[in-house]
Design a protein around this ligand. Structure first.
Ligand code: FEO
Ligand code: CA
Ligand code: CA
Ligand code: CA
Length: 820
C-alpha cells in the first residue's frame, strides 16, 4: 500500500502529494473513510490531469508549486461550506472531491470553492483535494476533510411577537416579492392602494395562499432543476374588503349588491396567480410585470369538467347544458402539484359564495336540499359577498347570477336554464398548466368534492399508482386519499401535453376516506358506488352513480362511518419515509364536547384568552396527526397513526400541553404544512417540516407564526390516557397515542405581522430560496386606520398604508439551505 508522507518527506508512490501546510494527514488517516479509498481518490485526482508521478527520493525535481487546502472543519447538513485553498506559483488550481457523499462544487477552479453539506444520517467525512499543476509535469495536491453531521435546527428561535413586521432568525433575510395589486401585464399602472384600483384580472389577487415554484431554464422553457428563474403559482383565497374598496364596505341596497365595480374587483381578486419570478445578479428576487407566462385565473375563467362527474345531470347549467364545462375557481386554499409540471389548486370554502332564495328548498327535490345542506349551501340569506344578487343591464351576462343557486321559476327542472346546479361545479381539485397560458384548467372530479384544503402527491414510482392525500376543512369532516387507476410511467413526467397526462392519472381511480381507530390503527374505506352501503338503497342518502358519490363525497363518508376530525387542513408527505402528516387546525365545544372526544381527536379543554380570561373550549389549539401506511405502501388499506404534535401555550397544564412545548415553540392552530423538497438536504434522510399557523386562540400572545421541525416517526412516543376537563370542571379520561416530545427539534422560525395568517410555502429545488405567503395582514381592522400597515411597515414606519397580502422571499445570508 502506498504511504502518504508529510511535506518534505519521502513519498514512494505514484503521486507527489504536497502537504506543505496541511496538518491533517493524520485526520484523514483516522477518518472513517478507508485509507485505500482516499489514496485511490488521490491517484484518480492525479490521473485527471494526465500528470506523471514524482519521486523525490529518486532525485527527480520537485514541483515549483505548493498548495494548501486549509484546516479541517466540522459542519451540519445544509450548510454552505467554503473551501479555502492557497497556492504559490500556481497558474491554475482545481478543487476535486475525493471521498464521501457526492456534492456539487461551486467555483471549483478558484482558491475558494464551496458546496452545500449533504444530508447524512451519521457523522460523515468528506475529503477534498486542492490541486495545481506545476513544472516538471508534476501535480501539487493538498487535501482537507469536512465532517458533516446530521441536520439540526441551527438557529435561535424567534420569540412570540405582536409587532407589525415579518421576523426571522438572525442570519436570514426577508424581502417582499409580490403583493396585492401588483401589475402583471404591460401597461397596467402601479397599484394605488386607496381602494380605487381596477382590473385585478391583470394584477395580483388578494389573500395569497397555497403556492408552488415551477422552474424555467435561461431559455424560458420548463426546467425542474432551475433555482434562479421560475413560475410561481399562487392561490388567492379571499378578499379583505376593508382595504380593497375606497370606503371599506360593500355597497348593498335592499339586500343586493349594486356596485359592479366592487363586485368585479372582488371576483377578480380571487383565483390563482401565475407569475414569472427570477433572481437578479445581486441575489434579489423580483417578479416580471411583462412575462408572457403571467396569467390570472379568476372565478370567471373557463374550465373543463373532467372525470366521472363530467356530463352528470347534477353538473348541468345554463352555461353548460351538457355539464362538461364551467367558469372559474374560488376560495383556493392549499395546493398540490403533479410531477408532469402542473399545479393543483383546491377549492375550499366555496359554499359561502352562493346564495339561494329563502324557501328554495321547497322548489327542489328533497335529496338536492339534503345534499346542498350537507355542504353548507342552505337556503336563505348568506353572510358572504353575495355576487349573485348583483343585477346588470345585459340579460345575457351570467357571470354574476351564476352565484345565485336558486331554482328560477319557469326554468327547466334539469337546471339547463339557470344555475341551480352551479354549486356542484365547485369543491374540486383543479389542474392548471402553468407553462401554457392559453390552456383551459380542468376540474378533476375523480378526487371528490369537498371543502378541499390541499392535494399532496405520493407514490410516483414507476409501475405503481400515484396517490393524493386530501383534507376537507370543516369541523367534523374527513381525511381522504385518491389512488389512481393508472400505474406511473416515469416517461410521462416530461411530456409537453401536460393536461392530457393529467387525464391519464387523475380522471380514473378510487377515493378512500379515513377511519382512525382507538387501537392506533386505521382503515381506508373506498367510496365506490355499488360497493357496501353506497347504493340506491342507502337510507341516509340514495346514491345514484359514482358521479353522485363523488359530488356528495361527504355523504358517502358519513355513510361508511369515517372519523370526524378537528378540521383537516393541509397534509404533507415525508419525502424520506412516506409518512403522512395532517394538520387538524382546531375545533370548538359544539363539535368536540367533553363527551365527544376520540383517540384521534382526544382533547377537550378550556384555553382562557387574554386579560379577560375569555373561555375557549373544545380543541381551540389544534393538533397534527400522522400516519404510516401498512408496509409503507401508499395504496395500503390500513395504517398506523399517532399524534405528532399538540398545539398549546406553554403555560397550559400537562393534559393540554401534551407535547411539552416551551416559549421557543408554543403555537396554536396549525394549518399550512410542508416538507422540504427532496431535491435538497432539507428533504432528505431527516427532512424539515414547516408548520404555519392560522390562529385566533393564541393571538393574545403572538401573531401567527411558522415553525420548523425535524419530526421523528409514527410510534416514537407512547400510548397515553389524558384527563380532559370542561369549563365547568367535569372530567373525562381519553386514551390516545402521543408522539415523542419534540424538544429542540421544534423551533419558531418566523412571526408574521399583525392580524395576518401565515400560509403557503415552497422553495427553489436547492432549498436556498424559500417563498412564503402572508395572508390578510390587518384583517378586520378599520379602513381609515388599519391595524397593520404591512408590508410598508417591513422597512420602517407604516405611514398608515393599507395592508396587502404578499409573497415574501427568505434566504440565508451565508447562502445555505434555509432552515438548516
Ligand atoms: Fe383556507 Fe382551511 O384554510
Ligand atoms: Ca388553510
Ligand atoms: Ca385555516
Ligand atoms: Ca385564510
Amino acid at each position: 500500500m502506498t504511504e502518504l508522507k508529510r511535506a518534505g518527506t519521502h513519498d514512494d508512490g505514484d503521486i507527489c502529494v504536497n502537504f506543505s501546510s496541511n496538518p491533517h494527514i493524520d485526520d484523514i488517516i483516522h477518518a472513517r473513510n478507508s485509507r485505500r479509498q482516499i489514496l485511490g481518490g488521490m491517484a484518480a485526482v492525479a490521473g485527471l490531469f494526465g500528470l506523471s508521478a514524482c519521486d523525490s527520493d529518486g532525485g527527480e525535481p520537485q514541483s515549483n508549486v505548493t498548495v494548501s487546502a486549509g484546516a479541517a472543519a466540522t459542519t451540519t447538513t445544509g450548510k454552505n461550506v467554503n473551501l479555502m485553498g492557497t497556492a504559490t506559483n500556481a497558474t491554475s488550481v482545481q478543487w476535486v472531491q475525493v471521498s464521501g457523499p457526492t456534492v456539487t462544487l461551486t467555483n471549483p477552479n478558484t482558491n475558494n470553492a464551496s458546496f452545500i453539506a449533504p444530508a447524512v444520517a451519521t457523522s460523515t467525512p468528506l475529503v477534498f483535494a486542492f490541486t495545481s499543476p506545476g513544472n516538471n509535469n508534476q501535480l501539487a495536491i493538498a487535501s482537507t476533510t469536512v465532517t458533516v453531521n446530521p441536520a439540526t435546527l441551527d438557529f435561535t428561535a424567534v420569540p412570540k411577537l405582536l409587532n407589525d413586521v415579518v421576523t426571522v432568525p438572525a442570519g436570514y433575510t426577508v424581502s417582499v416579492l409580490y403583493a396585492l395589486g401588483d401589475p402583471i401585464a404591460p401597461g397596467v399602472p402601479a397599484f394605488g392602494n386607496q381602494g380605487n384600483d381596477t382590473n385585478f384580472a391583470q394584477r395580483a389577487g388578494d389573500h395569497h395562499d397555497g403556492m408552488y415554484f415551477f422552474g424555467l431554464s435561461a431559455a424560458g422553457t420548463r426546467d425542474d432543476s432551475a433555482n434562479g428563474r421560475g413560475i410561481l403559482c399562487i392561490n388567492h383565497e379571499n378578499v379583505t374588503e376593508q382595504y380593497l374598496h375606497a370606503g371599506g364596505t360593500l355597497t348593498v341596497v335592499g339586500g343586493a349588491r349594486t356596485s359592479q365595480v366592487e363586485v368585479d374587483r372582488e371576483i377578480e381578486c380571487h383565483g390563482v396567480g401565475i407569475i414569472e419570478v427570477s433572481r437578479g445578479t445581486t441575489g434579489t428576487w423580483a417578479y416580471s410585470q411583462t412575462s408572457t407566462f403571467n396569467r390570472r385565473i379568476t372565478p370567471n375563467t373557463p374550465m373543463a369538467i373532467n372525470g366521472p362527474a363530467r356530463g352528470s345531470a347534477q353538473m348541468r347549467t345554463l352555461y353548460s347544458p351538457t355539464g362538461v364545462a364551467g367558469r372559474g375557481t374560488v376560495n383556493n386554499c392549499a395546493n398540490g402539484y403533479a410531477p408532469w409540471g402542473t399545479y393543483l389548486t383546491c377549492e375550499e370554502n366555496w359554499a359561502g359564495y352562493f346564495n339561494r332564495a329563502t324557501g328554495d328548498n321547497a322548489s327542489r327535490p328533497a335529496k338536492v336540499s339534503q345534499a346542498f345542506t350537507r355542504y353548507g349551501v342552505a337556503g336563505g340569506p348568506v353572510a358572504g359577498l353575495n355576487w349573485g344578487t348583483l343585477v346588470v343591464s345585459d340579460p345575457a351576462e351570467t357571470k354574476y347570477r351564476k352565484w345565485n343557486a336558486s331554482a328560477i321559476a319557469g326554468q327547466p327542472a334539469d337546471g339547463t336554464g339557470d344555475f341551480r346546479n352551479e354549486p356542484n361545479q365547485y369543491g374540486w381539485v383543479v389542474e392548471i398548466d402553468p407553462y401554457d397560458p392559453a390552456s383551459t384548467p380542468r376540474k378533476r372530479t375523480a378526487l371528490g368534492r369537498l371543502a378541499h384544503e390541499g392535494a399532496w402527491p405520493a407514490n410516483f414510482v414507476a409501475g405503481r399508482p400515484p396517490v393524493y392525500y386530501m383534507g376537507d376543512d370543516s369541523r367534523g369532516e374527513y381525511f381522504y386519499k385518491f389512488v389512481s387507476a393508472t400505474p406511473w410511467d416515469a416517461a410521462d413526467a416530461l411530456r409537453t401535453d401536460r393536461l392530457a397526462v393529467g387525464d391519464k392519472y387523475l380522471d380514473n381511480g378510487t377515493i378512500y376516506v379515513a377511519r382512525f381507530d382507538a387501537t392506533g390503527q386505521g382503515v381506508w374505506i373506498p367510496l365506490v358506488f355499488g360497493t357496501g352501503v353506497l347504493t340506491a338503497a342507502n337510507t341516509l342518502y340514495s346514491f345514484e352513480s359514482q358521479a353522485d358519490v363523488l359530488i356528495n363525497a361527504r355523504l358517502a363518508g358519513d355513510a361508511v362511518g369515517a372519523t370526524k376530525m378537528d378540521r383537516p387542513e393541509w397534509c404533507s408527505v415525508n419525502p424520506a419515509n412516506g409518512e403522512v402528516y395532517l394538520t387538524l387546525t382546531n375545533s370548538n365545544a359544539a363539535f368536540r364536547p367533553l363527551a365527544g372526544t376520540d383517540a384521534a381527536n382526544p382533547r377537550h379543554y378550556n384555553d382562557p384568552r387574554g386579560a379577560t380570561n375569555t373561555a375557549q373550549t373544545g380543541n381551540p389549539n389544534g393538533h397534527i396527526i400522522r400516519l404510516r401506511e401498512t408496509g409503507d405502501n401508499p395504496v395500503a388499506l390500513t395504517f398506523q397513526w399517532d399524534i405528532y404534535l399538540f398545539g398549546a401555550g406553554s403555560d397550559l397544564n400537562a393534559n393540554i400541553n401534551l407535547s411539552g412545548l416551551d416559549a421557543t415553540n408554543d403555537f396554536a392552530s396549525p394549518d399550512g404544512l410542508w416538507f422540504g423538497r427532496p431535491t435538497n438536504p432539507s428533504g432528505q434522510i431527516n427532512p424539515l417540516l414547516w408548520i404555519q399557523t392560522d390562529d385566533g386562540s393564541f393571538t393574545d400572545q403572538t401573531n401567527n407564526q411558522m415553525l420548523l421541525a425535524l419530526p421523528g416517526r409514527v410510534g416514537d412516543g407512547a400510548a397515553r390516557t389524558i384527563t380532559n376537563t370542561d369549563v365547568g370542571g367535569a372530567t373525562r379520561q381519553q386514551a390516545t397515542f402521543v408522539g415523542k416530545t419534540p424538544g429542540l427539534t421544534l423551533k419558531r422560525f418566523l412571526v408574521g405581522p399583525r392580524n395576518a395568517e401565515i400560509t403557503g410555502i415552497d422553495s427553489t429545488p436547492d432549498g436556498r430560496t424559500v417563498f412564503v405567503n402572508i395572508q390578510h395582514p390587518g384583517e378586520g381592522g378599520p379602513t381609515a386606520t388599519p391595524s397593520s400597515n404591512w408590508p410598508t411597515s417591513q422597512s420602517g414606519a407604516g405611514n398608515n398604508a393599507r395592508p396587502r397580502s404578499a409573497t415574501i422571499v427568505i434566504t440565508k445570508n451565508d447562502g445555505g439551505v434555509v432552515g438548516l
